[in-house]
Design a protein around this ligand. Structure first.
Ligand code: G3H
Length: 367
């Protein structure tokens, strides 16, 4: 079985004539092989809704370090960016998450502090071609970004379902998706059985199915990983609001195979933001994909477990706590100040309240 670590790959690279040393990885499996592997993952991942993950104590340094303090509005001003950095230092957030043009400004603002700079890539549609994403990623790392939040080209998955639908084979996919979505939409603390899954489509119903270009997605992710090896932290934004549970699992599988560090729910600019069901599913997938199982020939897709970042619509402390307890270890939010203010209030430390801390950066128009 070929290595699953793209950085260890002996596969050949094809330099792009216009971009010189930005290398495009070749694939390691055929599209059909990817589909078979992904189908196994879809079959095996089961969510236990009763699991409550441990989380840092509210008010602790570790709690603040779960937050990527985010400002991605296109009309963000330099002074808002400077304020973002200063707030991140004061609050002890993990990072500031910004667009490429502001990376070097943030790096300079945050010099000498443990707060790192995260840059979005392919934001927010994810449909940029691979070379644009590679260029953007390289520019961000060259400017000092320690983390990249990269939007997957999720339209590859959704367009495949649409062509399946128009060719008359979509009924089962759609009805299965609907039933999974309905199951996943039940209240978190209700009485239904805690285990949900499998998320697979019965084989008899997939005859004539259009296989999405998994290979193309993998090549893009592997190329990004190869260009930006560890310790650059790579997070893959799935835009879960646009995907069915089986599609989310397909993305998680490819992210793990390409050695990404995180899978992340949302851009905050397309549809709803993170849901508890997304986080539970992604967390179960990350766990499954890091475990040695018979289902993938005894070889783990990867040895190191991916982490899960919840983002989009996390507006306060209760949202943050719920996401962490559902399995997220990082939160992307433009309401970080509000979360911290509520956290201080919850701890009874009214004297530390920061007057004027509001949802300064939230783009409510997306909801
Ligand atoms: O990646 C983070 C999101 O863009 C933040 O979304 P938000 O503005 O809904 O908090």
């Amino acid at each position: 079985m070929p290595s699953t670590d793209p950085s260890q790959s002996s596969e050949s690279h094809t330099p792009h004539p216009e971009i010189g040393n930005l290398l495009m990885m070749t694939d390691r499996y055929t599209n059909e092989e990817w589909a078979a592997q992904i189908a196994e993952t879809q079959k095996k991942v089961v969510v236990n809704k009763d699991v409550v993950h441990p989380r840092p104590a509210i008010g602790s340094r570790e709690f603040a370090e779960t937050i990527d303090h985010t400002l991605l509005k296109l009309d963000a001003t330099p002074s808002q960016i400077d304020a973002l950095c200063s707030e991140a230092r004061t609050e002890g957030f993990k990072s500031v998450c910004v667009r490429l043009p502001y990376v070097s400004r943030c790096v300079s603002n945050l010099k000498g502090s443990p707060v790192v700079v995260a840059c979005v890539v392919g934001f927010h549609e994810g449909t940029h071609d691979t070379y644009s994403k590679l260029q953007e990623a390289k520019a961000a790392v060259d400017a000092g970004a320690a983390e990249l939040d990269i939007v997957i080209n999720h339209s590859i998955l959704t367009q495949a379902s649409q062509s399946q639908s128009s060719s008359g084979n979509a009924t089962t996919t759609e009805s299965l998706t609907a039933s999974n979505t309905a199951a996943n939409s039940k209240p978190f603390s209700g009485s239904p059985p805690p285990a949900i899954g499998p998320y697979s489509i019965p084989e008899s119903d997939t005859t004539g199915e259009v296989i999405p270009d998994y290979s193309g997605i993998y090549k893009e992710l592997a190329s990004l990983r190869s260009l930006c090896p560890s310790p650059t932290v790579l997070k893959l934004i799935l835009e879960t609001s646009q995907l069915t549970p089986p599609q989310i699992l397909a993305c998680a599988h490819l992210a793990a195979a390409a050695n990404f560090d995180f899978i992340k729910t949302s851009t905050g600019f397309n549809g709803r933001g993170a849901s508890l069901e997304d986080i539970q599913l992604m967390s179960a997938a990350a766990q499954y994909l890091s475990t040695k199982t018979k289902s993938n020939d005894g070889s783990p897709v990867r040895a190191r477990k991916m982490q899960v970042k919840a983002s989009g619509g996390i507006r306060g402390l209760d949202d943050a706590v719920r996401m962490l307890e559902a399995g997220a270890t990082r939160l992307g939010s433009s309401s970080g100040l509000w979360i911290m203010q509520e956290s201080r209030e919850r701890g009874g430390k009214e004297s530390e309240r920061r007057p004027g801390a509001t949802r300064l950066y939230t783009d409510d128009s997306a909801y």
